[in-house]
Design a binder for this molecule. Structure first.
Ligand code: MRU
Length: 349
């Protein structure tokens, strides 16, 4: 199945066109953001989501800011403030700020140069995903016995969360194309059930055999020996390998450590944050309480109930067997610093 593009630049407007992930899998609909304010709103509502996708949107958003600035006659200070607001629209995934920063040096050269830079960044993300998926697949096949590999995955890390192919789901796809994939257990994953609505939709489109399970089932699935490996994505990887990812990832890692099942983080090098020493320095986004207290339009908690709704958790490096990127694989128990692979990061766009 050819998926619609997660994000795109449209000369009409111009606008940043986003596949509306809040409507999937029920409807395939698009949101055209004509202003940076509309783009920030879409980012916060999770119309577009996933760290690499947010990086691409950050880069395209700078182009959109220039177009809006030229149209509205903004001062340089207003343009800078608008780009800063975009850069910090969500706090945990480092890729959003990274995408903005990658194209910012091109700003004096104008819209065509920034847009070209954003397009190079998007193409590089797809190439990175395909390469890291190959590396991750090799790492797994070197270690997992048996003809077919049963995989547990959490959150969504496919084409929707990136620009194409995917990170953890890219490895799943690569295992599948090599005929080595068994069954995929997809955790349903809050917020907004990105596992059951998005990951399952992508797996179904590929004809991959999967089961959606509630997040609370993951530990017993692992303990019962039903999975050979757990693979997750990442929103920010600190210098020591501590990894922020979707809430519930830590529970999967703990269960894997107890059961002796490999736990792998798959992410492009753009998700490495060498300025943050450990996971303690990672800001965890708190989402609206209503996401927990409501189920669609229905209220599912007593009147006056409050909710605690962190969107991410941090898995300590000691629980991670491998961090797989396009520029190398680090086994944090052996190397306590991911700088080594980051040093090989491709140059700026
Ligand atoms: O809140 P989201 O949907 O933006 O968070 C996404 C995730 O947690 C993904 O797993 C992560 O960004 C990796 S995306 C390849």
């Amino acid at each position: 199945m050819t998926l619609p593009r997660t994000l795109d630049w449209r000369p009409e407007g111009p606008s940043v066109r986003l596949l509306d992930q809040t409507r999937l899998p029920v409807a395939i609909a698009f949101v055209d953001c004509l202003t940076v304010a509309e783009l920030i709103d879409a980012i916060r509502r999770l119309v577009v989501r996933g760290a690499p996708a947010l990086g691409a949107v950050g880069a395209l958003g700078v182009a959109l800011a220039i177009a809006e600035s030229e149209r509205e006659g903004w001062s340089p200070a207003h343009l800078a403030d608008t780009i800063a607001a975009l850069r910090s629209a969500r706090p945990t995934a480092v890729n959003l700020a990274w995408g903005v920063d990658e194209v910012l040096p091109l700003l004096p050269a104008g819209l065509p140069a920034v847009l070209a830079g954003a397009r190079r960044l998007i193409a590089a993300d797809e190439a990175a995903n395909r390469l890291l998926a190959e590396r991750g697949t090799e790492w797994i096949l070197d270690r997992v016995r048996g003809e077919r590999v049963n995989v547990l995955t959490h959150c969504n890390t496919g084409s929707l969360a990136t620009t194409a192919w995917g990170t953890a789901l890219g490895i799943v796809r690569t295992l599948s194309t090599r005929g080595r994939l068994g069954l995929v257990y997809a955790d349903e994953t809050r917020p907004l059930l990105q596992g059951s609505r998005l990951t399952a939709w992508e797996l179904a489109g590929e004809g991959i055999d999967y089961r959606i399970q509630v997040d609370g089932a993951a530990a017993s699935t692992i303990a019962r020996g039903l999975v050979d490996v757990a693979i997750i994505g990442a929103d920010r990887i600190a210098r020591n390998g501590d990894t922020a990812n979707k809430i519930g990832s830590l529970a999967v890692a703990l269960a894997c450590a107890d059961a002796g099942v490999p736990f792998i983080v798959a992410a492009p090098a753009s998700t490495l944050d060498l300025t943050t020493a450990t996971g303690d320095g990672i800001t965890i986004e708190q989402r609206p309480e209503a996401e927990v207290l409501h189920w669609g339009d229905a209220v599912v908690a007593p009147p006056g109930a409050r909710a605690f709704n962190p969107a991410f958790d941090v898995t300590p490096a000691r629980l991670i067997d491998a961090i797989v990127t396009e520029v190398g694989v680090v086994e944090p128990r052996l190397i306590a610093d991911v700088s080594a692979i980051a040093a090989a990061t491709p140059a700026r766009v």
